[in-house]
Design a protein around this ligand. Structure first.
Ligand code: FMN
Length: 429
């Protein structure tokens, strides 16, 4: 029998803990976001469909990004026990300088399209968190504006080598002059990937007012208010004629770029040269032999070649081949601090976040980016404590297993040798 009694008013009173309501709607919204997926949901609600889809979407069937995210979800951690993890140090050194957290902000184009504060919000948040910020060639804030937003912190410049080489080289020199310490040379973009959502949405830069976009704007008045009352959305470093993103990329990108371009860039930029978009072991070796300062294993967030290798799966092989000779960063699919921890354990020196930052930006401008960084930092720290390591250097491959759902068919079964012989015969004929 349960004994019952009448509740005493004093005890009842003690149970009542009414929190002071948060009157600032943005603060309330962001505080309720506990994961990057939560920020993504808020972002979707607040951003016009075409801009959200441009950010969220990837190429063709969007398989590259789905597989990369799944690879991270399929991590199994192997914690140690009974270690003192009352304090953990999440800081690291990368490309010749410090970072308070083992990730930085990846370069993204058209960032003010997502939310009007754009790159300046990213650079300011990076400054506050003590992590590097990367500005894209297709950025909508200038090299100098980013420098002003993050004057004492680390800024990196991402380079697309364009048909008009002089424009690209001019940007490299400007970035060097503004004290950017690292240059990312992106090499996975000979032509634009097929971003089908953009085509279906009739997405163009600048956004066009059609009946559909006007209807879509009704529940998202703040985005449009920002868009119409702040300086026009344009490339800060380039002049362009407008059109769909694919058309603009194709007009700017040069499918003839080669290893020779690397030599010229090397001469122009005094800082670190890092190649972004490396996707196999042979190229990694060749780049290291050519003297680059680092690699970013990336498939561009799945926005270029669909069904590309999953960078997280490629990582152990590349680390084995060149890990002792160069620094290796990785991106594509990072949505959780645990993904960062797993990458470090598998031998990466650093990670980059693209969409995770942009979802924060769309959810709440600068405060949203701060929130995205805080969520990831918190997840990294907690995961490290639970794995029971107290510094980034202590993370090792033994802490992680990559559970692999898809494995390549064995070459013997596929009779690849037979196929190769046939091709040789045809060549000889
Ligand atoms: C909206 C958007 C724009 C991007 N623009 C560029 C760019 O201009 N240059 C570049 O090298 N990479 C660009 N990227 C790729 C990112 O630098 C990074 O490789 C990718 O976002 C990582 O994947 P994640 O979004 O899953 O973190 C872009 C990515 C997104 C989502």
């Amino acid at each position: 029998m349960v004994q019952r009694q009448l509740p005493k008013p004093k005890e009842l009173f003690e149970l009542m803990r009414f929190k002071k309501p948060e009157l600032d709607a943005k603060k309330r919204r962001l505080a309720a976001a506990l994961t990057i997926e939560d920020l993504r949901r808020i972002a979707k609600r607040r951003t016009p469909k075409a801009a959200f889809d441009y950010t969220d979407g990837a190429a063709e069937g969007e398989l590259s990004i789905a597989r990369a995210r799944r690879a991270f979800r399929d991590i199994e951690f192997h914690p140690s026990i009974l270690r003192d993890v009352s304090r953990v140090d999440t800081s690291t050194e990368i490309f010749g300088g410090p970072s308070a957290l083992p990730f930085g902000i990846a370069p993204t184009g058209f960032t003010r399209l997502m939310q009007t504060e754009g790159e300046i919000a990213g650079a300011g948040a990076a400054r506050a968190a003590g992590i590097p910020f990367s500005l894209s060639t297709l950025g909508t804030s200038s090299i100098e504006q980013v420098r002003a937003a993050n004057p004492a912190g680390r800024n990196w410049f991402q380079l697309y080598v364009m048909r008009d080489r002089e424009i690209s080289y001019g940007l490299v020199e400007r970035a060097a002059k503004a004290g950017f310490d690292t240059l990312f040379f992106t090499v996975d973009t000979p032509v634009a990937g097929a971003r089908l959502r953009d085509t279906r949405n009739g997405f163009s830069i600048p956004p066009q007012l059609t009946l559909r976009t006007v209807l879509d704007a009704i529940p998202r008045p703040w985005w449009w208010f920002d868009f119409l009352t702040t300086p026009p959305l344009e490339f800060a470093s380039l002049t362009s004629t407008g059109g769909t993103v694919g058309e603009m990329l194709d007009a700017a990108m040069d499918p003839t770029i080669s290893f020779d371009d690397l030599r010229i860039i090397r001469e122009l930029f005094p800082g670190r040269i890092v190649i972004k978009g490396v996707q196999n072991v042979e190229d990694s070796r060749r780049l290291v032999d050519l003297g680059v300062d680092g690699l970013v294993l990336s498939n561009h967030g799945g926005r270029q070649l669909d069904r590309a290798p999953v960078p997280f799966h490629l990582l152990p092989e590349v680390v084995r081949e060149v890990g002792a000779d160069t620094e290796i960063a990785i991106d594509t699919g990072i949505m959780n601090g645990a993904d960062v921890v797993a990458s470090l354990a598998m031998g990466a020196d650093f990670t980059l976040i693209g969409r995770a930052y942009l979802y924060g930006l769309m959810a709440g401008g600068r405060a949203g980016v701060d929130r995205a960084i805080a969520i990831l930092a918190d997840q990294i720290e907690r995961t490290m404590k639970l794995v029971q390591v107290s510094s980034v250097e202590e993370l090792e491959p033994r802490h992680v297993t990559q559970l692999v759902r898809m494995v390549p068919r064995r070459a013997e079964d596929a009779d690849l040798a037979g196929a190769a012989r046939r091709i040789e015969r045809q060549r000889d004929a």
